[in-house]
Design a protein around this ligand. Structure first.
Ligand SMILES: Cc1cc2nc3c(=O)[nH]c(=O)nc-3n(C[C@H](O)[C@H](O)[C@H](O)COP(=O)(O)O)c2cc1C
Length: 408
C-alpha cells in the first residue's frame, strides 16, 4: 500500500543553500532505492516535507528523519493511504518557499512548468503546503517554564469526618485540581466520584438500580460539596451531573443551592460539568436544566468537548461558561498537526464567545507548553496532580504557589 505523510519541523540553525542541498542530495539518493518520492519546503528555519511511497518505507524513513539533529519540533501534519503519488517524478525536490509563494526566486534544476504542474493543483496536499507558505505551521511555543515545585495541602478527610453521606451506597471523592499555571493559582477542583476505597464509578455503580440512578447522581453532588467544604476548598468546585438528574426532580436546583449555602460555598463557585453527548441526546431537558442552573448563578461547563459527535452544532445553540477539551484531542498535541489545528480553532472561537477553555488530561510538559503558547490558560491532568482520594493531592507547580484564589 502507498502512503503519504506530511510533517513540519524547525531547523536548529538557519541552513545555508549548501547545507540544504546536502540534505536533498542524500535524500534523493536514498529515496530512489526506497521507492519514495516527495517535496521539501524550507522557509524561516521551518521545514515542511511530503513523503510518499510504500507505507512501511515511509514510516521507517520518517522515524529516521525525526531523530535527525539538524531539526526539532517535528509535528505530524497528515498521514493517509494514497492511490496515486502526488510528486511521482521527484525522489525529493527542495522548493524554497519563496519560489512557491511566487516572488520570482529561481528554483534550481526544476523547470517552472513542472513546478506549476505539481504545485498548482487543487487538492488537500497543496492546500496544506499553501498554509505553510502563508505562515501557518511556522510557530514555536515561546513559553519556558520555571523549575517545578511542589506544595502540600490540607490533610485527608478521615473516616469519622465523612460519615454524613446522603447517598444509599457508600462513596468517596477524588479531588483533582484545575490550575492556571501562568499565575500559579488553583482555579478549581473537580470532584470525581469513587467507591469507598477508590474504585472507579463504573465498577461500583452497578449497585445502583436504573430507577435510582438520577437521585443517586444528584445526592452524590451534595456529598461532593460537603467534602470539598471539609477540605477547605474555597475556589471553584466542578462536579459532573447527568442532565436528567436535574430535570427529573423539580426541586433539584434548590437542593444543590441549599447544599452549597449550608457549606458556605457561593453558587458562582460551583461548576456543573455536562457531557456534550448527553446534551445532544436530550436537547429540551438540557436547555431546561441550563436555564435553571444559570438563573441560580451556577456555572456550566461542557465536558469532553471533541469526544462526541456534534459539539459545534451544540455550541451554535448554547454557549457554556467553560469548555473542557477532551483528552483525546489534548494528548500528544505537541507533535500532532491535526490536533494543533483543532485546538487553535477551539481557542479562537472560545475567545470570541467569552468561553473559558480547560485542557484536560495533560500528562506531559511538551503538550502543556504547546497549549499555553496557543492561548489555553487552565489545565487539568496528572502532570500537575493525580486525583487525591478524600484529599487535596500534592500539586506540582511550574510557578510559585499562591493561596486559593476567589473566583473571577
Ligand atoms: C528536514 C530533513 C528532511 C530529510 N529528508 C530525508 C529524506 O527524504 N530521505 C532521506 O533519506 N533522508 C532525509 N533526511 C536525512 C535523514 O535524517 C538522515 O540523515 C539520512 O537519511 C541518513 O542517510 P545516510 O545513512 O545515507 O547518511 C532529512 C533530514 C532533514 C533534516
Amino acid at each position: 500500500m502507498l502512503s503519504q505523510l506530511i510533517y513540519r519541523s524547525h531547523a536548529l540553525t538557519d541552513l545555508s543553500d549548501v547545507e540544504l542541498e546536502k540534505i536533498v542530495s542524500t535524500s534523493q539518493l536514498n529515496n530512489k532505492s526506497l521507492n519514495i518520492t516527495g517535496i521539501l519546503l524550507y522557509a524561516d528555519k521551518y521545514f515542511m516535507q511530503v513523503l510518499e511511497g510504500p507505507t512501511r518505507e515511509v514510516e521507517r524513513l520518517f522515524a529516521r528523519i525525526q531523530s535527525d539533529d539538524r531539526h526539532t519540533e517535528v509535528v505530524l501534519v497528515s498521514v493517509h493511504p494514497i492511490h496515486l503519488r502526488r510528486f511521482d517524478q521527484w525522489s525529493m525536490q527542495w522548493v524554497p518557499a519563496s519560489k512557491y509563494s511566487g516572488n520570482g526566486l529561481p528554483v534550481k534544476a526544476v523547470p517552472s512548468d513542472l513546478i506549476a504542474a505539481y504545485l498548482n493543483f487543487d487538492d488537500r496536499t497543496s492546500r496544506i503546503l499553501d498554509a505553510f507558505i502563508q505562515g501557518r505551521w511556522r510557530s514555536t511555543p515561546t513559553h519556558t517554564p520555571p523549575p517545578w515545585r511542589t506544595h502540600d495541602f490540607s490533610p485527608p478527610i478521615t473516616q469519622s469526618q465523612s460519615t454524613t453521606s446522603t447517598t444509599p451506597i457508600p462513596i468517596s471523592f477524588a479531588f483533582q485540581p484545575i490550575v492556571e499555571t501562568s499565575s500559579g493559582e488553583v482555579v478549581a477542583f473537580e470532584a470525581l466520584i469513587r467507591g469507598p476505597t477508590g474504585e472507579l464509578a463504573m465498577d461500583f455503580l452497578n449497585g445502583v438500580s436504573t430507577a435510582d440512578v438520577h437521585r443517586f447522581d444528584l445526592e452524590s453532588k451534595a456529598d461532593a460539596i460537603q467534602r470539598a467544604a471539609q477540605l477547605g476548598i474555597r475556589c471553584r468546585l466542578a462536579v459532573n451531573l447527568l442532565p436528567k438528574s436535574l430535570t427529573n426532580a423539580p426541586e433539584a436546583v434548590s437542593f444543590l443551592i441549599k447544599q452549597i449555602r449550608t457549606c458556605g460555598i457561593k453558587p458562582e463557585q460551583l461548576i456543573v460539568e455536562l457531557t456534550e453527548e448527553e446534551a445532544i441526546a436530550n436537547p429540551l431537558l438540557f436547555q431546561n436544566m441550563v436555564r435553571q442552573l444559570r438563573a441560580s448563578g451556577i456555572q456550566i461547563a461542557i465536558d469532553d468537548f471533541g469526544a462526541g459527535y456534534a459539539g459545534l452544532s451544540l455550541l451554535a445553540e448554547f454557549q457554556p461558561d467553560i469548555l473542557k477539551i477532551d483528552k483525546k484531542i489534548i494528548q500528544g498535541v505537541a507533535a500532532n498537526g491535526p490536533r494543533q489545528a483543532i485546538v487553535r480553532a477551539i481557542v479562537e472561537f472560545c475567545i470570541c464567545l467569552g468561553i473559558r477553555v480547560i485542557a484536560e488530561g495533560i500528562e506531559n510538559q511538551e503538550d502543556w507548553q504547546w497549549l499555553e503558547s496557543a492561548g489555553v490558560h487552565w489545565f487539568q491532568g496528572n502532570l500537575y496532580a493525580e486525583p487525591g482520594l478524600n484529599q487535596i493531592p500534592t500539586i506540582n507547580w511550574p510557578l510559585p504557589h499562591k493561596e486559593f484564589s476567589t473566583p473571577r
